[in-house]
Design a protein around this ligand. Structure first.
Ligand SMILES: C[S@@+](CC[C@H](N)C(=O)[O-])C[C@H]1O[C@@H](n2cnc3c(N)ncnc32)[C@H](O)[C@@H]1O
Length: 345
């Protein structure tokens, strides 16, 4: 066996010590350390231990972890946020702050079943770590309302990053009524409706999320054009009367067979010339990245569904073609998201 030399050990360290990095971040966030340092930069060890309600030694251990990994900076006796953690204190309802509760309560323990999930070709992480009986994450979220709220807060913040670009980059001027399948808490629908004032939108999602979506729609004064209704995309036919079907951050959760079935269902529900839009993270056609496509694929397999992954744009274009949808040139949004679009022939 080749013995690892020191530089190799150091280079590999971020991989085998990643869980410590996460614990420093997650614990400090849960204790509100970054908020404290946002409001009172330069607070000392004693001040921090009083505010966190912790003994001095545990506080020292937490601060050592945060300082050594660049989450906080020590200057004299005082502690400060760094550029990495400043946004966590400043913008709690946005990315990246919304990721931390979700990674802590939804993913961290469950993803440790990655090995077994690969072996069993099933989402063992969900089955072992998230209470309930439903076979997918979304069904289990309905059984765990607090976790469901954490998920949709994170998801809405993630979607907000691309929703404005989705609404402006897509030309929806010729469509009258769009069906947003798995539209979640209505973040995309609200942006699309604001950008396209003649467009009506129906969101179809599982029943537990419908009230939250309708609350957001009402709060934006869009109730006359946008509504959320209960729809199980696998068991129900899509309602007719729409001239465009929109799937955002949805198809990649599922296997290629299920995606083909969903695209065929969309095609059946549309008139000739109707539009199909798929907003999705993607992996490069040569299957070497990007990194986010790797994280998400592991998450879909181990937790969300046990069957999905992030696919290549080429695969979507082929599935469109098979479903009788003529693919157009994909629209790139940011570094790792794409909109695959087409028209029913
Ligand atoms: C990753 S979220 C995406 C939400 C939204 N489209 C967005 O871009 O923010 C996936 C959504 O699919 C919904 N979903 C899961 N299974 C579904 C099913 N069988 N039928 C309809 N919606 C489903 C979930 O409730 C959740 O809102």
């Amino acid at each position: 066996m080749t013995e690892l030399k020191k530089p190799d050990e150091v280079a590999l360290r971020p991989h085998y010590k990643a869980h410590y990095h996460f614990q420093f971040l997650s614990a400090a966030f849960r204790f509100g350390l970054f908020d404290i340092l946002e409001k009172e930069p330069g607070t000392t060890l004693t001040g921090i231990s009083e505010r966190l309600g912790l003994q001095q030694q545990p506080t020292r251990i937490l601060l050592l972890g945060c300082t050594a990994t660049g989450l906080v900076r020590k200057e004299g006796d005082g502690y400060h946020n760094t550029p990495l953690t400043q946004p966590l204190g400043e913008r709690p309802g946005h990315v990246p702050a919304t990721y931390i509760p979700w990674e802590t309560h939804g993913i961290y323990r469950a993803i440790s079943w990655f090995y077994e999930s690969l072996q069993e070709n099933s989402n063992i992480g969900l089955q072992r770590e998230i209470p309930g009986t439903a076979p997918t994450l979304y069904g289990r979220l309905a059984e765990n309302p607090e976790l469901e709220s954490t998920f949709h807060t994170m998801m809405s913040a993630v979607t907000q990053l691309v929703a404005e670009d989705v609404a402006t980059e897509l030309d929806l001027s010729e469509y009258r009524h769009l069906l947003d399948v798995g539209g979640g808490a209505a973040m995309n629908a609200v942006h699309l409706a604001r950008e396209w004032p003649d467009l009506e939108i129906t969101i179809g999602d599982l029943p537990s999320i419908v009230p939250q979506a309708n609350d957001r729609i009402a709060a934006q004064g869009l109730g006359h054009r946008v509504r959320a209704v209960s729809l199980d995309a696998f068991h129900d036919e899509f309602p007719v009367g729409h001239d465009a079907v929109f799937f955002a951050h949805f198809l990649e959760i599922w296997s290629s067979d299920r995606i083909r079935a969903l695209l065929a269902k969309a095609s059946r529900a549309l008139p000739s010339g109707g539009g199909v839009f798929v907003v999705t993270p993607y992996q490069y056609d040569d299957e070497t990245g990007p990194e986010r496509s790797a994280y998400l694929s592991a998450y879909f397999h181990t937790i969300a569904s046990g069957e999905g992954m992030v696919y290549t744009p080429k695969e979507y274009e082929q599935w469109f073609d098979e479903a009788g949808i003529e693919p157009a040139k994909p629209v790139q949004l940011g570094p790792d998201t794409v909109v695959i679009r087409g028209r029913k022939r």
